[in-house]
Design a binder for this molecule. Structure first.
Ligand SMILES: [Cu+2]
Length: 470
């Protein structure tokens, strides 16, 4: 029988993956107890009580996995398993993840740490874990079939390597990836610098999250894993607005936000009211001379971007993906535009057959969030979120950066809505409205047309309230 010491020796010296099948009962007793998270809330930063000190991150609607120190090695235990993830209040999804949640917990270590990660597979199929962006021995890279045998259901593998460079990384399966990532298997990995680094600033708040996407039909629970592009739920850490927590900071805090993209498309991440700098990627810190100010940075597929700014403007600042379809929740894309179409009569006729029938989008889609139309159980409204001035009409990849003078250092609680100083909010104009000056000249063109159009025509446009019914 293999002893516990032999087990760790095998793991450490041979450097290969050791399966549970090859270790006995005593060795299994040596596994660190897996820590399971039952809540989808943003957990306070996990301040390290062993190993080198560092300034911990805050994972949006997530948490950091506690570790155990074993003779100088940081030991973590990840459990790949089916989970129920609350994507927004009232909407739960049946996903796959790690340790009770999707995404899995954030792993935080320090540059130079020797790290040992036990991975137990409780999924119905084999898996593996790839440590995206890490320098490590090839056999620890987690590509099933290429660098290791896959982890069969019920097996525990062990990975071990030294976290060689500081930065923002991810982990995800490299086995039946299409299914497993569509089901939500992913997590963040942060390696903090071991000493003051010329390209890594100290910050007051350090947030991180992953961009992910799901295709879950309204009223159902399980993602469709064959979807390639037409996802209907665009999420941050498997949460959708209004289920994504706000990023709460103190006025003049230096803030870092690390964003990783494990969806199938790019996401231009946009912050209101501030300029930021991209200071690092999953390839490491960016040289000072290669940085420039931005208010939007595109995070392409499989990339990480680390943005930094001083939060020196008080208020509630939108922070979101700039693709407008990604700030919507479950909806169909094959709906014709109804703007300007007068469907009073057809609506009446259909109502006599189907009483609850509602024609949509005559004036745009904003009506949808005001009407609070009934939706199936277990889904989220397409656009929603009640702000201090009405509906925010958002969904998906949207949150708010809350900058407050009186937010205490280290306090991450939501301070509520911003109280705007008198006279600093856009107001309805109450003065006289002048007639607009109109330019009636015909449009020019670079070359004359050889044939005149047979006749002029005009698009029929109905202006809002034209029939006075709304
Ligand atoms: Cu997006």
């Amino acid at each position: 029988m293999t002893s516990r010491r032999d087990f760790f020796k095998a793991a450490g010296i041979a450097g290969g993956a050791v399966t549970a099948a090859t270790v006995g009962k005593f060795a299994l007793a040596g596994l660190p107890e897996p820590v399971i998270q039952s809540k989808p809330d943003t957990m306070p930063p996990l301040v390290p009580n062993t190993g080198r000190p560092y300034n911990p991150v805050v994972t949006l609607n997530g948490w950091t996995l506690p570790w155990r120190m074993n003779q100088g090695v940081k030991e973590f235990h990840l459990v790949a398993e089916p989970v129920v993830r609350e994507m927004a209040p009232g909407f739960k999804a049946h996903l796959w993840g790690y340790n009770g949640q999707s995404p899995g917990p954030t792993i935080e270590v320090v540059e130079g740490d020797r790290v040992r990660i036990f991975v137990t597979n409780k999924l119905p199929e084999h898996t593996s874990v790839h440590w995206h962006g890490q320098r490590l021995p090839n056999g620890m890279d987690g590509v099933s079939g290429l660098t290791q045998k896959s982890i069969k259901p019920g097996q525990t593998f062990v990975y071990e390597f030294v976290a060689r460079r500081p930065g923002s990384f991810m982990y995800h399966p490299h086995a039946d990836e299409m299914t497993q990532m569509a089901m939500g298997m992913m997590g963040l990995w942060i390696t903090h610098p071991k000493e003051k680094h010329p390209l890594i600033d100290e910050v007051n708040r350090d947030f991180c999250f992953l961009l992910n996407a799901f295709d879950i039909d309204p009223g159902s629970y399980t993602p469709k894993t064959m979807t390639m592009l037409d996802f209907n739920l665009w999420s941050w850490n498997s949460r959708i607005f209004p289920g994504i927590d706000s990023l709460n900071v103190r006025l003049n805090d230096k803030v870092r936000i690390r964003v990783g993209n494990l969806t199938m498309t790019n996401h231009p991440i946009h912050l209101h009211g501030h300029e930021f700098t991209v200071t690092g990627t999953d390839g490491g810190p960016i040289p000072q001379t290669a940085r420039w100010p931005e208010v939007t940075t595109d995070v392409a597929v499989g990339q990480m971007r680390q943005i930094e700014f001083v939060a020196d403007e008080e208020g509630d600042w939108s922070f979101h993906c700039h693709k407008s379809h990604h700030t919507m929740n479950a909806m169909g894309h094959s709906v014709p535009t109804m703007i300007g179409v007068d469907h009073r009569d057809i609506g009446k006729k259909i109502n006599s057959l189907i009483p609850d029938y509602m024609v949509m989008g005559e004036r745009g889609m904003a009506d949808m969030s005001e009407m609070e139309m009934p939706i199936p159980d277990n889904t989220a409204p397409m656009m929603t979120g009640e702000g201090p001035f009405g509906s925010v009409e958002m969904g998906g990849m949207f949150s708010v950066l809350k900058v407050r003078k009186d937010q205490k250092p280290g306090d991450y609680k939501n301070p509520g809505w911003y109280k705007h100083p008198a006279g600093t909010v856009a107001q309805p104009y109450k003065g006289a409205v002048a007639k607009p000056a109109r330019n009636s000249s015909a449009g020019g063109q670079s070359m004359p047309r050889t044939q005149k159009p047979s006749k002029d025509f005009e698009v029929q446009i109905r202006k809002p309230n034209a029939h006075g019914e709304h």
